[in-house]
Ligand binder design. Structure first.
Ligand SMILES: *[C@@H]1O[C@H](CO)[C@@H](O)[C@H](O)[C@H]1NC(C)=O
Length: 298
């Protein structure tokens, strides 16, 4: 009888230890106190295509699996976490992504995910299989400052683009970036740098004028939960480089040369006519003289 039980147990529990049961959870994430965090999580199991209703996802403290931080049934959730956790992913799509809001500085974990397979035929004796993967939070008590990048040269009258970026781990409530200087052109890009680590990048394009010189530009980040931080940088506007000191003398020079050239041509033309006239006159004189000499010889 014992043998049969053992064999049955091995048969039933084998999926538990088979490699098909896998969970993928980001192991380390920065968490900003008072803000939110989204932990990407996915899993695979041999019985693919099960509806969410047959699966039960649980997040609990690694140190004590009875300290549940997420469960469908709120009453089983530890008081410290009640109402602060939410499963974003659909278990039916093998997605166990967790959101935690109002982060407290003792929420560092590690927190582990566990999946249970519910056999509805025996509702009382839940057949379960599980995998465990845990995440730890590094608590940020100081609000991170955004990084502000200005172009090397800011030239008066020429469009200039300034960027401000911030990393975060709260993809459901992205931090908001605002600028101290007004502009018609502000663009914002959100991207995932690594699994669970996001970046908001705001680009402001403005045309600097004299008033901007020696002025400050500030970019402020407002995190979900109310924390803010900012970075300030001074702007040095360069006068637009102009080439008038080269162009004007060159133009004057070329103009003078052209006028002089035309003048010379006119003079040469005029004198050519005169010379031709003179030559003609000389010619007729010579003719007359030669005729005269012939007559004399005759
Ligand atoms: C899991 O669900 C979250 C929240 O809906 C989503 O952002 C994420 O892309 C999903 N992950 C996968 C691997 O589908």
């Amino acid at each position: 009888m014992m043998m049969i039980c053992l064999i049955l147990a091995v048969i039933f529990c084998s999926p538990v230890f088979s490699e098909d049961w896998k969970a993928h959870v980001v192991q380390n994430l920065d968490a900003l106190v008072s803000s939110c965090i989204v932990v990407p999580c996915s899993f695979s199991h041999p019985k693919t295509g099960l509806p969410s209703s047959k699966l039960r996802g649980i997040w609990h403290l690694k140190s004590d699996h009875k300290k549940i931080i997420y469960y469908e049934d709120q009453t089983r959730v530890d008081d410290n976490f009640k109402g602060r956790t939410r499963l974003l992913g659909h278990l039916g799509q093998d997605n166990c992504t967790l959101e935690m809001v109002e982060i407290k500085n003792h929420d560092n974990g590690p927190f582990c995910f566990r999946i249970e397979l519910v056999e509805t035929a025996q509702p009382t004796k839940d057949m379960f299989s599980f995998v465990e993967e845990c995440v730890s939070f590094k608590m940020l008590s100081d609000t991170p400052k955004p990084s502000l990048t200005l172009p090397e040269k800011i030239i008066q009258g020429r469009p200039c683009s300034v960027t401000c970026s911030i990393r975060h781990t709260c993809s459901t409530h992205m931090p908001k970036i605002t600028w101290s200087r007004t502009s018609d052109e502000i663009t914002e890009v959100h991207r995932e740098l690594h699994l669970g680590i996001w970046e908001v990048l705001s680009t402001l394009i403005f045309i600097p004028d004299e008033k901007d010189d020696h002025n400050e530009i500030t970019c402020t980040v407002a995190f979900y939960g109310g924390k803010t931080s900012f970075t300030t940088s001074k702007i040095y506007v360069k006068r637009a480089e102009n080439y008038n000191h080269i162009i004007i003398p060159a133009a004057v020079g070329i103009g003078t040369a052209v006028i002089f050239g035309v003048f010379c041509i006119l003079i040469v033309k005029k004198y050519k006519n005169r010379i031709a006239e003179l030559q003609n006159q000389e010619g007729s004189m010579f003719n007359r003289l030669s005729r005269l000499s012939r007559r004399i010889r005759a």
